[in-house]
Design a protein around this ligand. Structure first.
Ligand code: UN1
Length: 517
């Protein structure tokens, strides 16, 4: 790719990114009609890499979200009676297509959300992994059998497809989070309506096309995944539809506050994956080399734009200076810039608003007694792209700003004396997604993962807060929303449980010894 020098950051040209996005899309089976002149209802694709618009293209012939739900519901009615392992074969094919088009989808992710190449490829690998997981799961959608209290009776559970699942995904994992939901929903016998992030519609188009191809090749009904426009009106219609029994939404706490009551008002189910304010506790026995690496990946990786990004470290006062010194040294060597360039570790923030939020948070931190130890500055670039130096901010005590999730690379440093104090400080935020402890003392590790330890949905030992595998359930507590996606038994949320009592005797004994005759 040719490059243009913009300040100190060397970036690809927007024209190169246009070409790359078109070829990647085409290879995934999407032929976008690019508009030369502005048109009403056109979608504008943009890249945070150069901060410029890529192109306008007409929104898909929108039949309206209601009609999309109707179409997905029709597909569900057929799909629910297809045997689980046959449903699994469709996801197996999707996994193969994602493997074949790994680089194409990763390119689109890097172009639209600015992920460095390795992390974008990792996101597609996460999609392939969840496909593998779901294929196995398609033969394991098992229920239990319990002993009945009545003679000649059998008590058991059966799990049935639920219906249409509405998936609302965020810009930062524009493809993987959809695939977590889609792969489980499809093997569970459901259909999906996907409302992708407005900032990542090209990635969504490529993923949808690959799914449609897998479905067609597997002889599955059409419309098992319907991708709708990313407009706010469509989101509302999706959220409010009684034909959508489950909404799985990833985004900000504010978004969750809007969605959750609406879904509850119609007695729908919601899987919410909202904000995180993830921290690591670092104890005096920690392997500081390992801790430094784990912290840097989670705090500066993805430019701090993962739900699981590390935003706080709570460090024993005896080692804080040494640890902060080590992290600062690594930070000073981090390559910031073109996400496609070899060696880059920190790509751009998604947009100017995100940069403004970062600056505002840093200002508040200083007002609240914090000291910016390193970073926080924007690297010069001549256009509307925002490349920032990840920041480390020492806070004298717990403060309001530390309780906020700022979707940018800011790492607050707090200190502690006793582990009890560290755990209390750790849990003293509204969010509860991911957490970790760095220690070589088993007692400390066990204390952190015990019932009165970290209150998060993800509690790690000697690894960072981000980068979870698909095999475990993913999600968190408190304002993170309580939802669980991906591995373990998260699939159960995508199914309807029926409790069956079967009387194979010639009597009709009533439970609880009731007599009624
Ligand atoms: C997210 O940021 O919304 O654990 C998902 C991780 C990834 C998923 C993050 N596997 O960091």
């Amino acid at each position: 790719m040719s490059t243009a020098v913009t300040g100190t950051i060397v970036l690809p040209t927007t024209e190169d990114l246009r070409t790359l996005s078109r070829t990647s899309l085409q290879r995934c089976g999407v032929d976008l009609m690019v508009l030369d002149t502005p048109m009403k209802n056109a979608v504008t694709a943009r890249t945070p890499v150069t901060g410029e618009d890529l192109f306008d293209y007409p929104a898909a012939d929108s039949v309206g979200v209601e009609a999309a739900i109707e179409a997905a519901h029709e597909a569900f009615l057929q799909w629910r009676t297809v045997p689980g392992p046959v449903r699994g074969a469709l996801i197996k094919r999707l996994g193969e297509l994602l493997t074949e088009h790994k680089e194409d989808v990763a390119n689109l992710i890097s172009i639209e959300v600015g992920k460095i190449a390795s992390e974008a490829l990792g996101e597609v690998q996460e999609m392939i992994d969840i496909c593998d997981f779901a294929v196995g799961l398609s033969r394991q959608l098992d229920g239990r059998t319990m002993p009945s209290e009545r003679p000649g009776h059998r008590l058991m559970e059966t799990w049935h497809p639920l219906g249409v699942v509405g998936v609302v995904s965020a810009f930062n994992f524009p493809a993987a989070v959809w695939s977590w939901n889609l792969a489980l929903a499809i093997v569970c016998g459901d259909a999906v309506i996907w409302k992708p992030a407005q900032l990542a519609t090209l990635t969504a188009a490529a993923c949808s096309a690959l799914f449609d191809r897998a479905a067609a090749e597997s002889g599955a009904p059409a419309n098992l995944n319907v991708t709708v426009s990313a407009s706010a009106a469509d989101t509302q219609a999706l959220i409010d539809s009684p034909k959508v029994p489950l909404i799985s939404a990833t985004g900000s706490e504010r978004m969750g506050e809007q969605i959750a009551p609406r879904v509850a008002a119609r007695f729908g189910r919601a899987i919410l994956e909202l904000g995180g304010n993830n921290a690591a506790v670092v104890t005096p026995s920690a392997d500081l080399d390992l801790a430094t690496r784990g912290i840097v990946f989670s705090a500066a990786g993805t430019a701090g734009q993962r739900c699981t990004s590390m935003r706080r470290i709570i460090v024993h006062q005896d080692i804080v200076d040494e640890l902060v010194d080590r992290i600062s040294q690594v930070y000073s060597r981090l390559l910031i810039g073109d996400p496609f360039a070899e060696g880059t570790l920190v790509g751009p923030l998604i947009d100017g608003k995100s940069y403004a939020n970062m600056i505002a948070a840093l200002e508040k931190a200083v007002e609240q007694g914090g000291e910016i130890l390193v970073g926080g500055k924007r690297r010069p670039s001549s256009n509307d792209s925002y490349y920032v130096e990840p920041a480390i901010v020492r806070m004298p005590t717990q403060s309001e700003i530390v309780k906020d999730e700022t979707f940018a690379p800011i790492l607050y440093v707090l200190t502690y004396n006793t582990l009890e104090e560290a755990i209390a400080l750790h849990n003293d935020v509204p969010q509860g997604l991911s957490s970790s402890i760095f220690t070589t003392d088993q007692r400390e590790a066990e204390q952190f993962i015990a019932a009165d330890g970290s209150d998060c949905g993800i509690v790690n030992v000697n690894i960072g807060t981000s980068g979870a595998e698909v095999g475990g359930a993913f999600g968190g507590e408190k304002t993170t929303g309580g939802g669980r996606e991906s591995g373990s038994d998260a699939w159960r949320s995508y199914m309807r449980r029926a409790t069956n009592t079967i009387n194979y005797s010639r009597e009709l004994p009533l439970a609880q010894g009731v007599s009624f005759a």
